[in-house]
Write a protein that binds this ligand. Structure first.
Ligand SMILES: [Zn+2]
Length: 477
């Protein structure tokens, strides 16, 4: 006796309406969201407001759905009560599932029966039946937790095999590929109210590799880099790099999609690769004492050369990241050549003034003397030298200035004691810092053409009690 049953029809309709909303409660995080922001709206308060707005936009459907269901149930109850109370129509309970379906409607409606018509009772029972009905399938379990749900065990193994294949390269030899967790495929069943569909292989691969099914995407805007994006979302730049292994941070394109999900894989695929490759053998360094050089000075006598070896090794990866390697065998192709370095043993001269100044450069002639020229006073002497010529301390002392000083350009000043200070101007490079103690003849700078200068030269100045005096009174050129 197979009659069309209104009751079945409406019961299923109600259950069908309720079920997806129930699922939305359970799996609301499935929502895909794209995050946009305007740099002008960076304040925390506005950001919180937009988060609330975002939440409301995501969840209003659930509220509206539940409300609609309640209203519908109310209308159905009232209309059945009025229209059909006197004419019972027996409907057949449609089998919703092949497993776990109770054969009889539940009979715990005793108290409710007093106030409900048989037809209302039937609706309630059918809805209950629908809620209890289940979907048979197979789950992938990780350490006994179900993480994905499929129609057949084959579907589950396809996902697992794809996962393994993702971490293998075709031209390499693997002696072992395994999971670090306990991974199984087990038969199971899900209540229809909880799951009405199976996972696709795409969804489950995303879930397994990211540790979440949430997708947060940021679209790159003009002028943005990883640092800007990371600080906006309050994540680390390193995490952002981890979340986007295929993105080159230096080459972001406007409109490019950046994932904000830092992966926390649920399954770790470990591989053992057998490899044979050549690699350099680094050279050792040997020191040879040299009494002609000052302590702290080094000079290469013989340049080192790397050797070469062929190795058989096991290389271990976890989810594509190398975690170690073990050399099983090696064949030396060429030995490394030792690098020999002279090491100075002579005590450096005292790092204080001797009272006698030496020339600051070993070459060069004086191109401009101390004193009045072209109506202006020249506070030092100019020594014509090519850019990059060694500039040496005229006497031992303490560096009291090293940096850029107005028209002097890159400049060093040394206090030699006894109120004598020397100044070296227009350099291209400075080798000492303020506070350094230097000895007479120590390299302090490379000459240049910085500051107000009419060509490459060293401007050398001697100051006594803060006043420039003629350097020629202190040294011979
Ligand atoms: Zn000068």
């Amino acid at each position: 006796m197979k009659k069309f049953s209104f009751i079945d029809f409406f019961a299923k309709a109600v259950a069908t309406i309720i079920s997806p909303f129930y699922q939305m409660f359970k799996r609301v995080q499935k929502k895909k969201r794209t995050y946009h922001y305007d740099l002008a709206l960076k304040s925390r308060r506005i950001s919180n407001m937009s988060k609330m707005k975002d939440f409301a936009q995501t969840h209003w459907k659930i509220g509206a759905g539940v409300l609609a269901s309640l209203v519908l149930i109310g209308i159905l109850s009232m209309s059945f009560n009025g229209m059909l109370s006197a004419s019972p129509v027996a409907g057949e309970v449609a089998a919703v599932s092949t497993t776990g379906v109770p054969t009889a409607a539940s009979s715990d409606g005793e108290t409710a029966a007093a106030t409900m018509t048989p037809y209302q009772q039937k609706i309630v029972d059918d809805v209950k039946l629908y809620m209890q009905a289940s979907l048979p399938g197979f789950a992938i379990t990780v350490n006994n937790n179900e993480i994905a749900f499929f129609k057949s065990s084959d579907d589950a193994y396809v996902v697992l095999n794809t996962l393994k294949a993702n971490f293998k390269e075709t031209d390499k030899i693997y002696t072992n590929v395994y999971y670090k967790e306990v991974v199984d495929v087990v038969p199971t069943a899900k209540a229809l109210a909880v799951r009405s569909k199976y996972d696709s292989s795409e969804e489950s691969l995303y879930y397994i590799t990211k540790g979440t099914d949430e997708q947060k995407i940021h679209e790159v805007k003009k002028g943005e880099n990883f640092w800007v994006i990371a600080s906006y979302y309050n994540v680390g730049v390193a995490d952002l790099i981890k979340a986007n292994p295929d993105v080159v941070p230096e080459r972001l394109q406007i409109g490019q999609q950046i994932s904000l999900i830092v992966p926390k894989p649920l399954i770790t695929v470990a591989t053992v690769e057998m490899a044979t490759y050549e690699e350099p053998i680094p050279f050792d360094i040997e020191y040879e004492d040299n009494a002609d050089m000052y302590k702290g000075e080094f000079k290469t006598k013989v340049a080192g050369t790397n050797g070469q070896r062929m190795v058989d090794a096991e290389i271990y990866h976890e989810n594509g990241i190398e975690v170690g390697r073990l050399v099983l065998d090696e064949e030396i192709l060429s030995d490394p050549g030792i690098k020999v370095v002279y090491r100075g043993t002579k005590d450096p001269p005292p790092r204080k003034g001797t009272g006698v100044l030496a020339k600051p450069t070993s070459r060069g002639v004086v191109t401009s003397e101390f004193g009045w020229r072209w109506g202006r006073r020249h506070n030092g002497i100019d020594i014509g030298v090519a850019i990059g010529t060694d500039v040496k301390a005229a006497d031992g002392g303490v560096v009291i200035f090293s940096g850029t000083k107005g028209g002097y350009g890159k400049c060093v000043m040394i206090d030699h004691g006894a109120n004598i200070v020397t100044l070296y101007a227009h350099n291209s490079k400075l080798y000492v810092q303020k506070g350094d103690k230097v000895f007479k003849g120590q390299l302090i700078a490379a000459s240049g053409n910085t500051g107000v200068s009419t060509g490459p030269h060293l401007h050398f100045e001697v100051q006594k009690n803060g006043t420039p005096v003629n350097p020629r009174n202190y040294l011979k050129f």
